[in-house]
Design a protein around this ligand. Structure first.
Ligand code: PMT
Length: 406
């Protein structure tokens, strides 16, 4: 994964119990090819050691404002300039207060004050401290100073309390970092993305479905949100966390997905259909569980009727929306994809070979061929998260060239 390739990120760690998650955050950023330097406050070192963070970042950890050796290698002002982004995670109530007050009394606070790029804080504290009047006032001041506040989340806390004050999980903070550093090429646009499978019930406990995990659709939604779009993510049943910055609608059947999508695309600019929508549904849904009280060898027949084609309906009923479909093919990939694009009236189709188990359904990677009106291009096997970013860039370019762009 390299969504943060060549990005310079300083992770600041202050003294709270959530500091145990900081090495995981650094590890994930490094996995995304970011160059990471860690700066710790004195109190942070009571919770985790600089050695741990040095090991995961691959760089010596800075702890002192006055440090002749470290300053000779890179002064604190150079370090602040080096950073594309500073993220303080965890950010304690005390650190928030110091930053809101403009203090420069340790290395981390000084770097935040000297930074030219964005400074983000992932607050972590007891829920009563988070809701205290002083913390609320500091949070407002920090936002007024254009500091980014990521979280906190709500849930159980180390002290045993429940409520707001949990530091966001490392994977969510990484998505925030990607969003903060991604050019806002879709700012002001609304993108509707479908993801996952649909389930077509034939009795109260059974359904027809497929192997879609939602990974590809969620990656598209995350990348579109990072590019500044308002993203409506309409998803069948999957077990994935909601991508940062998206509005999620969970549903089950193709008919429910049709209704949600037609409603949300009425005012959308771009539609991206990644969901593996069932083409058929059982004609009758039995009110009670079907019993196996048949004669030995007797067959159970389920009559199927066609579902509406959601992508084709968006294209025909909302002709101003730039429509992108995915094509799941098992043979003649390009030819079938070209035919499907024209048949459904789509602006673009992205074909993947789902007969290959290393890509397509429920895999972490995908390889695709993009087909549009007057062009085609191929992208070799890539992690789905990274592919989402590449595909959103290509879709944005082609959307901007189309007469539908606004
Ligand atoms: O979710 P993952 O595990 O990450 O897997 C990703 C994926 C393989 C599901 C994804 O990459 C993919 O190929 N999605 C499309 C699956 C599919 O339904 O393909 P299709 O060729 O049957 O349909 C073509 C297009 O029409 C798709 O955009 C589909 O969303 C849309 N469609 C299909 C049927 C229908 N009734 N309504 C639709 O809108």
């Amino acid at each position: 994964m390299s969504r943060l390739a060549n990005k310079h990120i300083i992770i600041g760690v202050t003294g709270g119990i959530a500091a145990y998650k900081s090495p995981e955050l650094v590890r994930r950023l490094v996995e995304e090819a970011a160059l990471v330097q860690v700066v710790m406050s004195h109190h942070a070192q009571s919770f985790i050691t600089p050695l741990t963070l040095q090991a995961v970042s691959g760089n010596p950890v800075r702890t002192e404002l006055i440090d002749e050796g470290a300053e000779a290698a890179m002064s604190h002002i150079e370090l602040a300039r080096w950073a594309d982004l500073i993220v303080v995670a965890p950010a304690t109530a005390n650190f928030m207060a110091r930053l809101a007050g403009g203090f420069a009394d340790d290395l981390l606070a000084t770097l935040c004050l000297a930074a030219r790029g964005p400074v983000a804080l992932a607050p972590a504290m007891n829920e009563v401290m988070w809701s205290a009047a002083a913390t609320r006032r500091n949070a407002r001041q920090l936002e007024a100073d254009e500091r980014l506040l990521w979280g906190p989340g709500v849930g159980s806390q180390a002290c045993g309390d429940e409520g707001a004050g949990r530091m966001l999980e490392p994977h969510a903070l990484v998505e925030h970092c990607i969003a903060a550093l991604t050019p806002k090429s879709l700012e002001g646009l609304c993108v509707v993305v479908t993801a996952g499978p649909t389930r077509e019930a034939f009795d109260p406990v059974r359904y027809i479905s497929n192997h879609s995990s939602g990974k590809q659709g969620f990656a598209m939604a995350a990348a579109a949100a990072a590019a500044g779009a308002h993203v409506e993510l309409v998803t069948g049943p999957v077990s994935l966390p909601t991508p940062v910055g998206t509005h999620r609608t969970d549903l089950s059947s193709a008919s429910e997905m049709y209704a949600a999508v037609m409603d949300k695309t009425a005012n959308a600019d771009i539609f991206i259909g990644v969901a593996a929508v069932s083409d058929y549904r059982p004609k009758h849904v039995q009110a009670q569980k079907i019993k196996k009280d048949r004669m030995e060898g007797e067959q159970l027949e389920i009559e199927l009727v066609q579902n509406a084609d959601i992508a084709a309906c968006v294209a025909s009923q909302h002709p101003g929306v730039y429509t992108v479909g995915f094509a799941a093919e098992t043979q003649h990939l390009e030819r079938h994809a070209r035919e499907k694009r024209v048949r459904k009236g789509l602006d673009m189709i992205i074909a993947n070979d789902v007969s290959d188990q290393s890509i397509g359904f429920n895999s972490d990677e995908n390889a695709v061929t993009l087909v549009w009106d007057d062009g085609e291009s191929r992208i070799a096997s890539t992690p789905k998260s990274e592919l989402g970013t590449i595909l959103i860039e290509r879709i944005t370019e082609l959307y901007r060239q189309s007469p539908k762009a606004r």
